[in-house]
Design a protein around this ligand. Structure first.
Ligand code: MEV
Length: 286
């Protein structure tokens, strides 16, 4: 049996504007998604999605193409890319996918399961994929889930660490001093696709207003990169609060997020903001 894990992620600065080419900073979390693969005697692909308590059996490649349930189309894309790009026969194996991350929590559950699956298939079939290839394959799966992803989620879930990302390029931030972060769940799952579409609609209605917000978020993120390196937590907190204000103007905050921010700041945190797409999901504080 082969087992591959991929970490979840948390966006520190720059969500949403990153979709339009501005920089964002993301870090990997020590909470993972897992893909387990083993050979089975039946000439089938057996896919077990543990968190959904669902198992699917496909007896031929044609069935993988035609009978994949619509709600899990992202996994179909993952399997088909290995079949079509690398000419691999995926029958005769069982693939189990699970995640310790909240689904719809903004912590990269879909990207990390995608990376775990593509890394798992790559290893199982000795495809010798490098990280860029794994990330690219996971990106194709992410397009199904998110519509228009920037690529930051699959990049951080593949490469780990803490990185700054812009326009499909990234740089790992080295020697960042230790800091403690608090991640709080709003108890509301969210859809990244819906939140990204909401911002896109606002941008269409009020392009100048939204572009100005994006530019300001970009400046906040650039400053945050420098401040992170210096380990100035109070200043980093200020920048997180500023980023939260700008995200609120984009319409992706809500009452729960606001309440968590307020409680966090009242209890001694330096900064607090939504992380990921917003409209629910998680809040990160420092
Ligand atoms: C989602 O984790 C981050 C967003 O910026 C979308 C994306 O970058 O694809 C909201």
């Amino acid at each position: 049996m082969l087992k591959v894990i991929a970490p979840g992620k948390c966006i520190l600065f720059g969500e949403h504007s990153v979709v339009y080419g501005y920089p964002a900073i993301a870090m990997a979390l020590g909470i993972n998604s897992t893909c387990k693969i083993k050979r089975i005697s039946h000439n089938q692909l057996r896919l077990h999605l543990k968190d959904y308590d669902r198992t699917f059996n496909f007896s031929s490649i044609r069935e993988i193409r035609s009978k994949f349930p619509q709600e899990f189309k992202n996994f179909q894309v993952g399997f088909l890319s290995v079949i079509d790009r690398y000419g691999i026969d995926v029958l005769g194996m069982e693939v189990q996918i699970s995640s310790d991350l909240f689904m719809g929590g903004g912590l990269g559950s879909s990207a990390s399961t995608a990376v775990a699956l593509m890394g798992g298939l790559g290893s199982f079939f000795d495809l010798d994929l490098d990280k860029a290839q794994i990330s690219d394959l996971a990106y194709n799966m992410e397009k199904i889930v998110h519509g228009n992803p920037s690529g930051i989620d699959n990049t951080i879930c593949t490469n780990g660490n803490i990185l700054i990302y812009q326009n499909k390029q990234f740089q790992t931030l080295e020697n960042i001093p230790h800091s403690n972060f608090l991640i709080t769940y709003t108890n509301m799952d969210h859809s990244t696709k819906v939140a990204v579409e909401k911002v896109a609609n606002l941008k269409q209605q009020r392009p100048e207003y939204v572009n100005k917000i994006f530019r300001t978020i970009g400046k906040v993120t650039d400053k945050a990169e420098k401040v992170l390196k210096r380990g100035n937590i109070a200043k980093l907190g200020d920048l997180m609060n500023k980023n939260q204000e700008l995200l609120t103007k984009l319409g992706v905050s809500n009452r729960q997020i606001k309440k968590i921010n307020k409680i966090s700041l009242k209890n001694g945190l330096y900064g607090s903001k939504l992380t990921g797409a917003g409209l629910g999901g998680c809040v990160i504080g420092i």
